[in-house]
Design a protein around this ligand. Structure first.
Ligand code: PMV
Length: 366
């Protein structure tokens, strides 16, 4: 794998201070990533819709350290303060410190600056919506803005590629949170230009039925997940169905690529739901086994199936590694589906809370 392309090879310019703000989205996988090898390489290719309203906004202020503050290569550490929604957050620091450790080889300039990171999410904190994808992609974009400033030769294409590569080292799914509306991560013969190292925009023309696709996120369980995705991914080692799952996911990605181009929405509904249930089936059949769905997750799924049948609708659901339900539907059904959610599904959500989102186009510099 050619990771060399992401090393910094040229002489870097000296700047004293810089500040960059990026808004980067969350994403929802249609074909799921579950199971990885080191360093954060997925066992199968995945594809996701980039979201629009669920995002993180992060500013990083960089200030160059004085020569006296720079220490030798052997005991240097990355120097940063972290504020989340205006408050210093010591408890979030270890995860970000680990991210910096993983990317330092590719961003050696992080040792030269003191960084102040200010971050906020558009979605409620601990709503059960994973913030690692949007959070880490935002930091990756800020690092790439600095890199561009001190190494002006970088193309926009390379910046996105390397940002996705860096974000992936923090959280696999974060590699799919730089661009939109559909991103593939993982090398796959049916997707030209795909890579295990970074996400790429789905490279083929997508049928208009999938334009502006809607995602209502029903917050069944607001709170920390009982089993982190890191533990879940690790349980795919020695999992009895792992190899067939990885094969199936790659087959499903080939099917999904065709569905998206042809606008075959009935097959889309079937494949998306099957992927969601297979993800959770992997959790049910790992050892130790675990269940992230809640009774209300199942109530919602059954109601969606009933509604689809009765109204000849194309509504479907997908799930993340949690109890919340993403309800996906074409824009043409928006009015009816939102009424249905309001009258029949919101009662299964904590505090009747759900978030209306649509497919989005990726990271934005503010
Ligand atoms: O990126 P991670 O390590 O949080 O894993 C994400 C895994 C799923 O959200 C369950 C699936 C996916 O492809 O996004």
């Amino acid at each position: 794998m050619n990771t060399d392309q992401f090393l910094v090879k040229s002489e870097l310019k000296h700047i004293d201070t810089a500040s960059f703000t990026w808004q980067t989205p969350s994403n929802i996988a249609l074909v799921k990533y579950w199971g990885k090898s080191n360093p954060q390489i997925s066992k199968n290719a995945s594809i996701s819709f980039t979201l629009n309203n669920c995002h993180t906004i992060t500013t990083i202020d960089f200030s160059k350290k004085q020569n006296s503050e720079l220490v030798s290569e052997f005991n240097r550490t990355v120097d940063f303060d972290l504020f989340f929604e205006g408050k210093q957050k010591e408890e979030f620091k270890p995860k970000i410190a680990e991210f910096f450790r993983r990317v330092e080889e590719y961003c050696p300039y992080i040792f030269d600056y003191k960084m102040t990171i200010n971050s906020e999410n558009s979605f409620p904190h601990s709503s059960g919506i994973a913030s690692s994808a949007s959070g880490l992609s935002a930091i990756a974009m800020c690092l790439m803005s600095l890199e561009k400033e001190i190494n002006a030769d970088l193309s926009a294409d390379f910046i996105n590629k390397k940002a996705s590569f860096l974000a992936r080292l923090g959280s696999g799914s974060a590699s799919r949170s730089i661009e939109g509306p559909l991103v593939v991560w993982g090398k796959h013969p049916a997707i030209e230009g795909s890579s295990d190292l970074f996400g790429i925009q789905f490279p083929y023309k997508v049928h208009s039925v999938f334009e502006n696709y809607q995602d209502a996120i029903l917050l069944v369980d607001e709170g920390e997940k009982q089993v982190s995705s890191t533990i879940g991914h690790n349980l795919m080692h020695n999992h009895p169905f792992a190899e067939s799952r990885f094969l199936q996911a790659n087959e499903n990605l080939a099917k999904m690529a065709k569905i998206l181009q042809e606008g075959d929405i009935k097959s889309f509904v079937n494949l998306v739901e099957s992927e969601a249930l297979t993800l959770h089936a992997m959790m049910l059949t790992s050892n130790p086994y675990f269940i992230l769905m809640k009774p209300n997750t199942l109530e919602i799924i059954n109601k969606i199936w009933e509604y689809r049948q009765e109204n000849n609708s194309n509504i479907c659901f997908t799930l993340d590694a949690g109890a919340n339900v993403h309800v996906l539907f074409p824009e043409s059904e928006k009015l009816n589906v939102l009424q249905f959610i309001d009258s029949q599904l919101s009662k299964f959500c904590q505090k009747n809370h759900y978030i209306c989102d649509t497919v989005g186009f990726g990271a934005k510099k503010l």
